[in-house]
Design a protein around this ligand. Sequence first.
Ligand code: AMP
Length: 439
Amino acid sequence: MPTQFDPPSGTRDFLAAEYGRRERAFAALRSVFASYGFEPLQTPAFERVDVLLGKYGDEADKLVFKILRRGEHEASGEADLALRYDMTVPLARVAAAYGSQLPTPYKRYAMGPVWRADRPGRGRYREFTQCDIDILGSTSPLADAEVLCVHHDAMAALGLTDFVMRMNSRHVLAGLLEVFAVPADLGPGVLTSLDKLDRTASADVIGELVGRGMTSDAATDLVGAMTADDATDLIRKALQSSETGQAGLEEVDRLVALVGAQVPAGRVVFEPRMVRGLSYYTGPIWELTAAGVAGSLGGGGRYDHLIAQLGGPDVPATGSSLGVERVLMLQPDDSGQAARLDVAVTVLGEALAKHSFALAAQARSVGLRASVYLGGSGKLGKQLRWAADQGARWCLIYGAAEQDAGTVTVRDLAAAEQEAVAAAELASYLASKAAAADA
Ligand code: AMP
């Protein structure tokens, strides 16, 4: 049962070990993104509500966390702002706002939290972190291929190889609607229903399609073809009668060929029933999935007109998003208790406290993490136990005897040895010990 002290459902607190694990993942991703020449972009956590709504379709609009107008306007119950739902719409706004000041093509990455009023579940949060890469200003399939390669390398940098990149194209989907004679006005809804085939029984999806206005026969044919064992071949054959569908197949095949040198065969597969929910995609689309993780690890595609829809220039765009929470579910949990300090400094009496403080500063001056004992007037044994609890390598003991002798007793907690070091030489002594320990 949740208690009043739990964070709101679908959000989490990150204590040091998990925080460290996430930071290491962010650092690895940042370095892959930068290695392909992507530059960083940071935008606000919230946007004006009109910028966010109406870009994703009704389903997604329902998931946007809106922010009520404040102060005297709060009673109106209106929202003028909303938390960002992903990183793509903020990017489109930036492109509209900065236009020609941005390089062409504009290759940017963005990493940060996004918020969705989803029903929380395993691997499904209401606050989660997306790491996005996008390229604006190129219609070339090479841009799509580069995005896919970055995505692939990003997974590799996190030590992950057990995943599949599922490829499709909006043109394949449009071709399918044509071949299966789905009336144009039903198209978007039909695709939304097909998107559920991975997690919903075929019979239920057929029921939903009929509810949307398809005949029972057409719905059964369509779902049958999409879920058949040889679905890929069936769909390839069926699409021969559609020019759009053919173009879509060529798009997918070309992309798979382009990434072939970098992405091992078998890790990229054509998946005609993969739809991706967002309505703004215009060309190839892809999703990364792995056994044991519900939903996708990442996904993206080409979205050529979204920026124009936001009032910006009609720039072509392609991009991909990796969800850190799901990706980390695949990594072994190596978050054992890490050391908090390198150097723990005892405080053996009120009068000596300022000296202990200065000793800790000397340790910090050579790049070591150091802190004094904050537990009051503890006996030496207790302070040594505290030093060990911190995971410290060295404990500095500074009492009346050391003060008289002008020394510090440096105890090596790993070796259980100690020696007296001249107080004036402490920093260089610790620096050389630390260098030897690192070597
Ligand atoms: P989307 O923007 O919906 O295409 O999602 C891109 C990626 O964000 C997905 O592949 C997931 O890794 C991640 N993601 C989406 N929704 C959630 C969620 N509710 N909780 C955690 N990760 C999510």
